[in-house]
Write a protein that binds this ligand. Sequence first.
Ligand SMILES: Nc1ccn([C@@H]2O[C@H](COP(=O)(O)OP(=O)(O)OP(=O)(O)O)[C@@H](O)[C@H]2O)c(=O)n1
Ligand SMILES: C[C@](O)(CO)[C@H](O)COP(=O)(O)O
Length: 408
Amino acid sequence: MSEASEKQAADPSGGIGVVIVAAGRGARAGQADGPKQYQRIGGRAVIAHTLDIFLSHPMIGPVVVAIHADDAELLQRAAGAHGERLITVIGGPSRQASVRLGLLALKDQAPGKVLVHDAVRPFVDAGLIDRTIEAIGERQGALPALPVADTLKRESATGMIDETVSRAGLHAAQTPQGFPFWPLLAAHEKAHHLGKADFTDDAAIAEWAHIPVKIVPGSPDNVKLTWARDIALADQRLSSAQRFPDIRTGNGYDVHAFEPGDHVTLCGVAIPYERKLSGHSDADVGLHALTDALLATCGAGDIGTHFPPSDPQWKGAASKIFVEHAAKLVRERGGRIANADITLICEAPRVGPHRAAMTEALSAMLGIAPERISIKATTNEKLGFVGRGEGIAAIATASVVYPGEVPA
Ligand SMILES: Nc1ccn([C@@H]2O[C@H](COP(=O)(O)OP(=O)(O)OP(=O)(O)O)[C@@H](O)[C@H]2O)c(=O)n1
Ligand SMILES: C[C@](O)(CO)[C@H](O)COP(=O)(O)O
């Protein structure tokens, strides 16, 4: 389990809160047919892509969307089935005001941590969200940012260069920006009551309120759609990715022998049985095969690369740790797990009665819907070592969609 997931497991509030700000008018993009967050890229509204990523992230709890009063129908159409999970509020006249109203709408849920994100950054990925969450502390915010790459010039009133500004230490700020919930809300409230309304991001409010903010690596893909050209490029990018989407399939195989014992652990579920599976960890053959399948989708070696059997710390370990680690590596590369399919091959015990519990356990480990998980079982028709009841084998397949397209 990642450090962030561990903290989350201890958080009684039911997930990290999110405020997605979508109340702007998009004046710079100048779209005649509606604000940029509802323009279609890759066939869907910009905000629909943004919502997909947050709502499919396993650590995300309540999600507030701050919209303009005129846009309720646009949001409803764009959000589709996601709509049921959203808390909608009317935003304010500035981004800062919209964030504050979004935070106030989260008060009842009292999340320990909150992420604030621009609806118009639809290329955020799960790895970036993970990095941001991991850097949030009890009194520390987190800001994804990229070092400035261009040489910087200050322009004079006459349009001439006044000076070249050193770029040392300068970063371009992105979202989502993450904070402990109550200190961020308090900072927003204080700014509001003092009439300070010129903050362009939440890290700036935090800075003003003396909340330290840690920089984590942003992503060059996580652009903000500001100008009409940004929207056109985003559409092109998604449309070409749709021609050759980077869908990868990995497979894994594992086998463990029986030894004296009283239960076996299969796909995260302990099943009473007259023997157990022998192994260094809990010998969950299904989860081991799945770990290899996930790692295979991003060329990240196999289970032994990450959890060597020679390492005493994995003795008796719950194999859930291996699967969650592999899923985290996938997410860090921007991958989204589309489905996982495991076949358990054994004469006994019977798997059918435990299938629902296994599916539920895997759904939580992978952060995907149960319908994307398949657990099947078959006997080996009494043939070979499995047929003689000497052990259990498992085969797993995972499909992951990665950002971008398959290179030519
Ligand atoms: N009153 C506002 C202004 C902005 N935003 C949101 O803040 C994000 C980043 O702002 P920006 O790119 O500046 O969007 P707009 O304000 O819509 O653009 P413009 O300044 O060109 O009008 C966007 O998701 C936007 O919808 C908001 O919720 N409420
Ligand atoms: C918050 C932000 O995305 C950080 O880069 C950005 O400041 C918001 O957009 P704006 O154009 O400054 O309103």
